[in-house]
Write a protein that binds this ligand. Structure first.
Ligand code: NAD
Length: 438
């Protein structure tokens, strides 16, 4: 187990081969650098914000089902705890790297600050293809990882949550391992856990509901009616489905959705709920073949992004809207459900074309907000009804939306620049108030 505090010189020219993780890290730095310049932060403060407070790399030996030793690599990176304990998900993926986890930890800091949650950012992950492991192997790996990062996590220190390829079952294993070592039930060590172990009502649909709330606020702010607005959603998972569901419930016309199997389009609108029910029984658990059951035209994933619609919600993967397709986007508004779906090159083209982009650190903040509510409920040992969760979520998102929009207009910047500037300025102000130790 090694604990290393990386020091990264500002504005380095990378000679390292640019892996996806490194690209993500350089993009995170460029957002910070641009905001730091506009905010006229001192170079010392800029350096402080660029560096993560702690990054931990762990070797994870487990016995596979055949009794052989296999060793995986895991990470936990804490960007800063200046505004409160660190908070961020744990992902299991073959592409997980220290660079990727570092970038995502930094983005979590700005997201929490934009939403005014009393947290700093963290992220963790294991470099593994989870589909290649049995449930028993995954459980052993999760327990070993929890044990390995235990010196730096805690309910008032760093609270992990699910992310790509992890879920409430993973969180239950993490909570159980931490509790066993501490001799007491400490379920508030994680969020996104099963409701029976102190999970929050409304967590499952929180990110998608948040995306829908922010999309509707954007329409209203631009004097655009919600009723009948045409929406296309890329990705039909935890974020995409719930965003489509809530927008349809509020009167929008969801004209297209897509998942890993392809895109499905009907300009007169889709029945989102029926299509979701279809995925629950389809052999691949996807929308594959649904054109035989519903009045939908099958299209490619690429085609979905450039359909005629009012609102486009990328809610699948990063780097989907790039300089290759940005000039063909027909939507008037893009609301980022996924993390990092728009490249920097695309951002410029979209801005020139007058397309409004609501950035991920605002648009998909509903998930971490309800995670915060779950943590509060756990610390108080007092569960909330779903109505209380939804009322508070709406209030947090309404405030954050108004603050980002007003700040961006006042400073004559776009919403992404405004959201980064607002989040970063709050963290910088907290550092100034606390002072530099010793
Ligand atoms: P998920 O695994 O539940 O869903 C992903 C969906 O995208 C699936 O329907 C999948 O089939 C689809 N997909 C995969 N490749 C695709 C492609 N090429 N074209 C179209 N669709 C494709 O994941 P999720 O939790 O919904 O997360 C989606 C994004 O939102 C990720 O970027 C994630 O980091 C981000 N996010 C998630 C949360 C959360 O609470 N789940 C919170 C904030 C941000």
């Amino acid at each position: 187990m090694t604990i290393a505090i990386p020091t990264i010189p500002p504005k380095e020219k990378s000679t390292i081969n640019e892996s996806p993780g490194m690209r993500m890290l350089l993009s995170a730095y460029s957002h910070l650098d641009e905001a730091a310049e506009r905010l006229q932060l001192s170079s010392g403060m800029h350096q402080r914000l660029r560096n993560c407070e702690r990054s931990l790399t762990v070797a994870l030996p487990i016995l596979n089902d055949e009794g052989e030793i296999e060793v995986y690599t895991g990470y936990r990176v804490q960007h800063t705890n200046v505004r409160g304990p660190c908070k961020g998900g744990v992902r299991y993926h073959a592409d997980v790297s220290l660079e990727e986890v570092t970038a995502l930890a930094q983005l979590m800091t700005w997201k929490c600050a934009v939403l005014n949650l009393p947290y700093g950012g963290a992220k963790g992950g294991i470099c593994v293809s989870p589909n290649a492991l049995s449930e028993n192997e995954l459980r052993r790996l999760t327990r070993r990882y929890t044990y390995a990062i235990m010196p730096i996590i805690g309910p008032k220190q760093d609270i992990p949550a699910p992310d790509v390829n992890t879920d409430e079952r993973t969180m239950a294993w993490m909570s159980d391992t931490y509790s066993a070592f501490h001799g007491q039930a400490t379920h508030e060590i994680v969020t996104g856990k099963p409701i029976i172990l102190g999970g929050s009502h409304g967590r499952a649909g929180a990110t998608g509901l948040g995306v829908a709330i922010i999309a509707e606020s954007t329409l209203k702010r631009n004097n655009f009616p919600v009723e009948g607005t045409k929406v296309a959603v890329q990705g039909f998972g935890k974020v995409g489905y719930w965003a489509a569901f809530y927008l349809a419930q509020d009167g929008c016309k969801v004209v297209a959705v897509s998942d890993v199997s392809g895109g499905y389009y009907n300009p007169d609108g889709l029945d989102v709920e029926k299509m979701f029910n279809y995925t629950r029984t389809s052999p691949t658990r996807t929308l594959e073949g649904c054109q035989d059951e519903f009045a939908v035209e099958r299209i490619t994933n690429e085609a979905l992004l450039t359909l005629p619609c009012d609102v486009l919600i990328p809610a699948a993967l990063e780097d989907q809207i790039t300089s290759r397709n940005a000039d063909q986007i027909q939507a008037k508004f893009i609301v980022e459900g996924a993390n990092g779906p728009t490249s920097a090159g695309a951002d410029k083209i979209l801005a020139e074309r007058g397309i409004i982009v609501v950035p991920d650190i605002l648009a998909n903040g509903g998930g971490v907000t309800v995670s915060y509510f779950e943590w509060v409920q756990g610390l108080q040992a007092f569960p909330w009804e779903i109505e209380v969760v939804h009322r508070n979520l709406r209030q947090f998102l309404d405030i954050a939306f108004r603050q980002v929009y007003d700040f961006s207009e006042r400073n004559n910047v776009n919403l992404r620049q405004g959201a980064f500037m607002l989040g970063i300025s709050r963290v910088a102000e907290a550092i100034i108030q606390r002072g530099i130790f010793p």
